[in-house]
Design a protein around this ligand. Structure first.
Ligand code: NAP
Length: 244
């Protein structure tokens, strides 16, 4: 098991939902946490306050991670405040429009850029510092939609499948460097995206309820502590999709 107290973490899209659950879990584990958000500053500051009230260290940083300049500035800001990033969670994401017929080229590119290109941009900017530190963890938030398609819009499923390919490639490239790269494929965790955007209900989940932010946080913590799991997709889905 790796000692993670004091490690520097950047969680994109951590103002609410799964990113918030992961940021809080990291804070409880003694990591210094950069809480990225796009528009909801108050929500991000509340996550920072919760981490600090529990004795941890955190700061909120605004950046639209789908924009190259903002993604690079975000990483530079974290590094100047806390030092090199040890743990990167590429979590920021959007559902986009849900009707197949409403997905035009602009909408396709918007969702791919926010969900997939952003992960590439933030990873690329974080890697030099992570490599220098000689220890790192990259966790990409995929989705059950990458495995089953169908349930949601095609651009969303494609972006989430792209993250799995990206996970495999970086895991292979970085395997000898002390950096592991894994994906988490959730469904259905109780967040705005699921209860608002998707309008989902828990009946179709075999376990019979939504997953919690705490369960998402604990899954990410497992991937931070474990140094031998790499290139994997961890299914966090209450049995909605089963695979070996
Ligand atoms: N919930 C699930 O069951 C589920 C299932 C499969 C996959 N996922 C994936 O898990 C991740 C988190 O989902 P969620 O359900 O927690 O979503 P959510 O509740 O809608 O929260 C999305 C988060 O992403 C941030 N964000 C969106 N666009 C951004 C951008 N361009 N730059 C920076 N931050 C941005 C939002 O910031 P603001 O608050 O500032 O807007 C917010 O913090 C997503 O990648 C999603 O696709 C979730």
């Amino acid at each position: 098991m790796t000692e993670i107290r004091g490690a520097v973490a950047l969680v994109t899209g951590a103002s609410r939902g799964i990113g918030k659950g992961i940021a809080l879990a990291f804070g409880r584990a003694g990591m210094r946490v950069a809480v990225n958000y796009n528009s909801r500053a108050d929500d991000a500051e509340a996550v920072v306050a919760a981490i600090k009230n529990a004795g941890g260290d955190a700061l909120a940083l605004r950046a639209d991670v789908s924009r190259t300049v903002e993604a690079e500035r975000l990483v530079a800001h974290v590094e100047s405040a806390f030092g090199a990033i040890n743990v990167l969670v590429n979590n920021a994401g959007i559902l986009g429009v849900l009707k197949y017929d409403d997905v035009d080229e602009a909408e396709w590119e918007r969702v791919i850029r926010v969900n997939l290109t952003s992960a590439f941009l933030v990873t690329k900017a974080s890697l030099p510092g992570m490599l220098k530190a000689g220890w790192g963890r990259i966790i990409n938030l995929s989705s059950v939609a990458a495995q089953t398609g169908g349930a949601t819009a095609p651009h969303y499923a494609a972006s989430k499948a792209g993250l799995v390919g990206m996970t495999h490639s970086y895991a292979a490239r970085l395997a000898k460097t002390g950096i592991t790269v894994n994906a988490i494929a959730p469904a259905l965790i109780e967040t705005d995206m699921v209860t608002g955007g998707l309008g989902a209900s828990p009946e179709r989940i075999p376990i019979g309820r939504f997953g919690t932010l705490e369960e998402a946080g604990e899954t990410a913590l497992f991937l931070v502590r474990n140094g031998f799991v790499t290139g994997q997709t961890i299914n966090l889905n209450g049995g909605l999709y089963m695979s070996s």
